[in-house]
Design a protein around this ligand. Structure first.
Ligand code: AGP
Length: 609
C-alpha cells in the first residue's frame, strides 16, 4: 500500500514529511515524493527507488521551504514504478496538487471524460485522474474546496485516501477517504495527516479517524470535518497508546497476523480490480488467446504452487481444459513438452523468484505465451510475461504468505470463469452465481477471523508436537498442502500433507498415539471418503482436527476438534478453508516463541536457485 503524510504548522514541513515517510517505509514502495507550499507556489520533488534518494534530492528537506506540505511513498498499482508516476500529482497549472492511496476502478472512464474536456495526462496513474477531476470541478463550477472534492468523490468508484493542496488557499491541507486508511494527528499549533499511526507518533498521540466518504480541512490551528453534503461534522480524538513498533503492525503482534486480517481487503481489492458492473475484464490480456486455449500449464513455487494446485481444479472444472501443474524448479529442467494453443500461467507474489522467472523464459523460448499472476508491480516476472494480472494484496512483509496467496486464488478463479465464458463451458447464469459467491468471500473470511481465539486455544496444545499431518482430497488436498507449508515454515514442526486416499500406501505407518491429523473436508462428494480416512488414522491413535462446512455436524462423531467454515460454491472453498490453517500455524509459532515474521533459513523472495 502507498503511504501518505501531511503537515501544516509553524515548522518547516519538508523535514517532517520526509521523516514521516521514513516511518512508513515498512509498507513497501517503489518511489516517493513531497510537495510543499512556499510563499508563492507549491514545489514538488519526486524520486524513484529508495526514499534516501528523495532525502538527497532535497538536502534532507532543507532545500524545500514552506510550512504546509504533503508526501507520499508509492506502491504501484496503475502504471510502472517511475519518477513520472510517483506522487504528488498535479493539475497542469499547479492549481491542485495531491497524493492518493487506493485504487480508482473507473479511472479510465474519468480520464476519457477529462480528455474530452481538454485535459492532458503526463502519467499512467489513476491518481493523476483523481487530482485533475478535483481541478475540473474547482474550475468548472467555481466551487470551494469542499464542493470540488465532494463532487469528485461522488464520481470516483474504488478506494482512496486523498491529501490535497490548492495553490489559491495556502496553509490548508484537504483530505478525503473511502476504504483506504487515513488519520489526522492533532498537535499544538500544527496538524498532521498520515496513512498510518507510525508516521506521526513522534509528534502527537492525539488522533482523529476520518470515516468513509468524509472530507477534512487542516490548518495550523484547526481541523474541520465535512460530510458529502458539505455539512460540518464532529469527531472525537483518540489517544494512541501503542509504541512505534506496534504501530507499524497496526496494533497486531506480528505482520503475519496483520496480513491474515488484511485478507478480506486483499480479496475485495483484487476482485474489484477486474470485476466491473458484474463483468470480468482483464485489460491487457488477449482474450482471443484465452478463447482458443486447448491446454493450460501452471507453474510456481511454494505457496504460489499451492494456489496453482487449487487453480488447476477450478480451471478444469469450469473450462473443461486439461491443466498441468509444475513446481518451477522442476519445470525449468524437464524440457516440458508444451503443446500449441496453450498458455503458461506463472504465479509469484514477489515476481522475482529465480525458478519461476526461469520457467517463464523457458516457456517463451518454446513459443508459448505466459500470463503471470504477480503482486509486485513492475517486477521481473510481471515485465517479462506476455500478460500480467496483478493481485492487489498490497506489500506483504511477513515471509509466510497469506494475503497474497488468497489474492492469487481470486485471480485464478476469475481467469477460470472468464475462460469458461469465452469457451461457453459455463452458462451466463452460472457465471453470475459464481461471481455472487465470490463477492461474499471477503465477509466470510472476516467471519472466520472472528473465530481466531478458539484456534489459538487449540494451537497452544500443539506447540510441542513433533509431527502434524494434513489430509484432503481434490481441492482439499491443495489446501492441505498450503496448511502444512504454513506450519512448517514458521513453527519448524515436521508436517506433511497427503492426499487422504494415499495414507494406506505407506504414510499411515507414521501415525502414532496423539499425533495430530488435520482433515480438510469441504468437497461434499468426497466428504465420506475423507471421513473414512480420518477414521483409519484415528483407530491408530491420531488426534483429529477437522475443517468442514457448517452443516456437516456428523463430523463430530469422528473428529476431536472441529472448525466450521461458511458454505460457498465448492470451487472457492480453498479461500475459506485456508484461514483456520493459517491461524493454526501462526498461533503454534507464537506459542513456541519463534520469530513468526522472519523464520530461520527463509527469505521473502528466493531470487537465487
Ligand atoms: C510461502 O509462505 C513461502 N514464503 C514461499 O513458499 C513462497 O510462496 C515461495 O517462495 C514463492 O514465492 P513467490 O510467490 O514470491 O514467487
Amino acid at each position: 500500500m502507498c503511504g501518505i503524510v501531511g503537515y501544516v504548522g509553524r515548522r518547516q514541513a519538508a523535514p517532517i514529511l520526509l521523516s514521516g515517510l521514513r516511518k512508513l517505509e515498512y509498507r513497501g514502495y517503489d518511489s516517493a515524493g513531497i510537495a510543499v507550499r512556499n510563499e508563492r507556489e507549491i514545489v514538488t520533488v519526486k524520486a524513484q527507488g529508495r526514499l534516501q534518494r528523495l532525502f538527497d534530492k532535497t538536502d534532507n528537506g532543507n532545500a524545500v521551504e514552506g510550512f504546509c506540505g504533503i508526501g507520499h511513498t508509492r506502491w504501484a498499482t496503475h502504471g510502472e514504478p517511475s519518477e513520472i508516476n510517483a506522487h504528488p500529482h498535479a493539475s497542469d497549472d499547479g492549481n491542485v496538487v495531491g497524493v492518493h492511496n487506493g485504487i480508482i476502478e473507473n479511472y479510465q472512464e474519468l480520464k476519457d471524460k477529462l480528455l474530452r474536456k481538454g485535459y492532458h495526462f503526463y502519467s499512467s496513474t489513476d491518481t493523476e485522474v483523481a487530482i485533475k477531476l478535483v481541478d475540473y470541478y474547482w474550475k468548472k463550477y467555481q466551487l470551494g474546496a469542499v464542493d470540488a472534492i465532494n463532487r469528485a468523490m461522488v464520481r470516483i468508484r474504488g478506494s482512496y485516501a486523498l491529501a490535497i493542496m490548492f495553490r489559491d488557499i495556502p496553509g490548508e491541507i484537504w483530505v478525503a477517504r473511502k476504504d483506504s486508511p487515513l488519520i489526522i494527528g492533532a498537535g499544538d499549533g500544527e496538524n498532521f495527516v498520515a496513512s498510518d499511526v507510525p508516521a506521526i507518533l513522534s509528534h502527537t498521540r492525539s488522533v482523529y479517524y476520518i470515516d468513509n466518504l468524509e472530507i477534512g480541512r487542516l490548518t495550523a490551528d484547526s481541523i474541520t470535518f465535512y460530510n458529502l453534503d458539505g455539512d460540518t461534522i464532529e469527531h472525537t480524538p483518540v489517544t494512541i497508546d501503542w509504541d512505534a513498533e506496534a504501530a507499524e503492525k497496526g496494533g497486531f503482534e506480528h505482520y503475519m497476523l496483520k496480513e491474515i486480517h488484511e485478507q478480506p481487503a486483499a480479496v475485495r481489492e483484487t476482485m474489484n480490480s477486474y470485476v466491473h458492473d458484474r463483468r470480468i475484464t482483464f485489460e491487457d490480456v488477449d482474450e482471443s488467446v484465452l478463447a482458443g486455449l486447448e491446454r493450460i500449464y501452471i507453474v510456481g513455487c511454494g505457496s504460489a504452487y499451492h494456489a496453482g494446485l487449487a487453480g488447476k481444479a477450478v480451471f478444469e472444472s469450469l473450462t473443461d481444459l486439461p491443466v498441468e501443474i509444475d513446481l518451477a524448479s522442476e519445470f525449468r529442467y524437464r524440457d516440458p513438452k508444451l503443446v500449441r494453443n496453450s498458455m503458461v500461467i506463472i504465479i509469484s507474489q514477489s515476481g522475482e523468484t529465480a525458478d519461476s522467472l526461469a520457467a517463464l523464459r523457458l516457456a517463451r523460448e518454446k513459443g508459448v505465451p505466459v500470463l503471470s499472476v504477480v503482486n509486485v508491480v513492475g517486477s521481473s516476472i510481471a515485465r517479462e510475461s506476455d500478460w500480467c494480472v496483478y493481485t492487489h494484496a498490497g506489500p506483504e512483509i511477513s515471509v509466510a504468505t497469506t494475503k497474497a496467496y488468497s489474492a492469487q486464488l481470486i485471480v485464478l478463479y476469475l481467469l477460470a470463469i472468464r475462460i469458461g465464458e469465452l469457451k461457453g463451458t459455463i452458462s451466463e447464469e452460472y457465471s453470475a452465481e459464481l461471481l455472487d459467491a465470490m463477492l461474499k468471500l471477503p465477509d466470510q473470511i472476516s467471519r472466520l477471523l472472528e473465530d481466531k481465539e478458539r484456534i489459538q486455544w487449540f494451537a497452544s496444545k500443539y506447540a510441542s508436537a513433533r509431527d502434524i499431518f494434513f489430509i484432503g482430497r481434490g481441492l482439499d488436498y491443495a489446501v492441505s498442502m498450503e496448511g502444512s507449508l504454513k506450519l512448517k515454515e514458521i513453527s519448524y514442526i515436521h508436517s506433511e500433507a497427503y492426499a487422504a486416499g494415499e495414507l494406506k500406501h505407506g504414510t499411515i505407518s507414521l501415525i502414532e498415539d496423539g499425533i495430530l491429523v488435520v482433515g480438510i473436508l469441504t468437497q461434499q462428494a468426497l466428504f465420506e471418503k475423507t471421513v473414512s480416512n480420518m477414521v483409519e488414522v484415528k483407530s491408530r491413535g491420531a488426534y483429529l482436527m477437522a475443517v468442514t462446512s457448517y452443516g456437516n455436524y456428523s463430523i463430530e462423531d469422528t473428529a476431536n476438534f472441529c472448525v466450521y467454515i461458511p458454505k460457498t460454491d465448492e470451487h472457492f472453498m480453498a479461500s475459506l478453508a485456508v484461514i483456520p490453517l493459517q491461524l493454526l500455524a501462526y498461533y503454534i509459532s507464537v506459542a513456541k516463541g519463534l520469530n513468526v515474521d522472519k523464520p530461520r533459513n527463509l527469505a521473502k523472495s528466493v531470487t537465487v536457485e
